[in-house]
Design a protein around this ligand. Structure first.
Ligand SMILES: [Zn+2]
Length: 52
């Protein structure tokens, strides 16, 4: 699964890690994140992420 980078702050979403603080289990692909998921660091929306 691909990692995605926030173009606003540089945070990298790693699907192997997920985003457990925000209810996203490890193993969740970026494409499968809820539409209202935002960057945990800066609040940017999914469309502000770039596939690595
Ligand atoms: Zn960000």
């Amino acid at each position: 699964m691909a990692k995605w980078e926030c173009t606003m702050c540089g945070y990298i979403y790693d699907p192997e890690v997920g985003d457990e603080e925000n209810g996203v289990a490890p193993g969740t692909a970026f494409e499968d994140l809820p539409a209202d998921w935002v960057c945990p660091l800066c609040g940017a929306e999914k469309e502000d992420f770039e596939r690595l």
